[in-house]
Ligand binder design. Structure first.
Ligand SMILES: Nc1nc2c(ncn2[C@@H]2O[C@H](COP(=O)(O)OP(=O)(O)OP(=O)(O)O)[C@@H](O)[C@H]2O)c(=O)[nH]1
Ligand SMILES: [Mg+2]
Length: 364
């Protein structure tokens, strides 16, 4: 199977540092690779404000479109969150050449779609997709109407849009109802666990930090572990025995976080994230081998705030220490000493006993 050819585009503020702009594009490429695409060109445009109509500035856009046609690209993926109208305007310029235009959310949703295994995850993705695509669908309807021309057919166009709107609203409603039912079910299960006296700790962190690996290492629960972004989309729960306390606690693993996570996605994944929202303790897993961990820690903090989890007790776990040298570990320990970092390796099972002890202390 030949992979689709992709052009990556990132529009960044002029004061972005070279390191940061490289990191942004690398992450986008990792996302693209996770989806299954072959990156042929990477483009950056520095701009204070995006172009109102097409997001990308005129000159740069012409250059990109020319190269896209010449190199027979299949996708142009823009690393920003565009207005549906802007994506639509861009797509209009290339659709005849068979080129598709996606923004960052389109790409994330496509990866989610590829990795989703449960009905719950699939429906959550559809819901987020409807919200993200919705206006784009209306816009398509409007265009059809305009092509129809004269006043005589306008009424028909309007009706089409009305029909489309109603259809989408009904589907959205149906999904929300179904998800609510699932959430009630989960709630019931959590109540039961609480009644049995189980405390819960929720593993969170940037995507690919090693959350599922940590759950597996601590509980022997088998969760998909992959060097891909968003390998996990559902929540998984395992039991961990805490020797000091001579009792078990429950650990949950769930979907990872990422920069620019749109609020509608967090909303749509409410029932999956409920396990985190409800936990007694948060285990924040950080990839110690990641040179960009600083802003990733901030992203995770922001999402925790959005989930109203930032006031819960949090353990900061620096994972993958088998991959870093002693001097980096020392540097991290001093740089992040206010977070009281705990250094572990989920893969090599290093320092897990100490971690269990801290979990025990955090749960009292
Ligand atoms: N060297 C090393 N690699 C690790 C460690 N923990 C996880 N990894 C690797 O990091 C990658 C991501 O691991 P996962 O456990 O799937 O990460 P995750 O945070 O659950 O990722 P998502 O579910 O995709 O958000 C995999 O290739 C793991 O093998 C570790 O302690 N050391
Ligand atoms: Mg995972």
């Amino acid at each position: 199977m030949t992979l689709p050819k992709v052009i990556l585009v990132d529009i960044i503020p002029p004061d972005t540092t070279p390191e940061e702009s490289l990191a942004r594009l690398n992450e986008l490429e990792h996302l693209m690779w996770t989806y299954g695409g072959f990156v042929i060109i990477r483009k950056i445009q520095k701009r204070q404000l995006p172009n109102y109509q097409t997001y990308i500035g005129k000159g740069k856009l012409e250059e990109i479109l020319e190269e896209a046609v010449e190199k027979k690209a299949d996708y142009i993926v823009i690393n920003n969150i565009l207005k549906p109208q802007q994506i639509y305007n861009l797509e209009k310029q290339v659709e005849q050449k068979g080129i598709k235009v996606w923004d960052r959310i389109d790409l994330i949703l496509k990866i989610f779609d590829k990795h989703a295994t449960t009905k719950e995850a699939k429906l959550q993705i559809e819901l987020a997709g409807l919200r993200h695509l919705g206006p784009r669908i209306f816009k398509m309807g409007l265009d059809l109407m305009r092509q129809g021309g004269g006043i005589g057919t306008r009424g028909k166009g309007e009706t089409n849009i009305e029909v489309m709107k109603r259809h989408i609203a009904k589907r959205e409603q149906g999904i929300k109802q179904y998800l609510k039912k699932i959430e009630k079910n989960h709630e019931g299960q959590r109540r039961k666990r609480r009644d049995y006296g189980f405390k819960t700790a929720a593993i969170v962190g940037y995507t690919n930090a090693g959350k599922s690996s940590l759950l597996t290492a601590l509980t022997k629960k088998n969760v998909k572990i992959k060097d891909e972004l968003f390998a996990t989309l559902d929540s998984h729960i395992g039991k961990v025995f805490l020797p000091e306390k001579q009792e078990c606690a429950l650990l949950s693993d769930t979907i990872g976080f990422i920069r620019d996570l749109p609020p509608e996605l967090i909303d749509a994944f409410h029932s999956t994230l409920a396990e985190t929202i409800d936990a007694d303790l948060i285990l924040n897993v950080i990839d110690a081998d990641d040179l960009e961990l600083d802003w990733k820690i901030k992203v995770v903090e922001e999402v925790l705030k959005k989930l109203k989890c930032d006031q819960k007790p949090i353990l900061h776990i620096f994972n993958k220490i088998d991959r870093i040298a002693e001097h980096r570990r020392k540097a991290l320990a001093s740089e992040y000493k206010n977070l009281h970092p705990l250094f572990v390796s989920a893969r090599e099972k290093m320092n897990l006993e100490e971690l269990k002890q801290k979990i025990g202390e955090g749960l009292t």
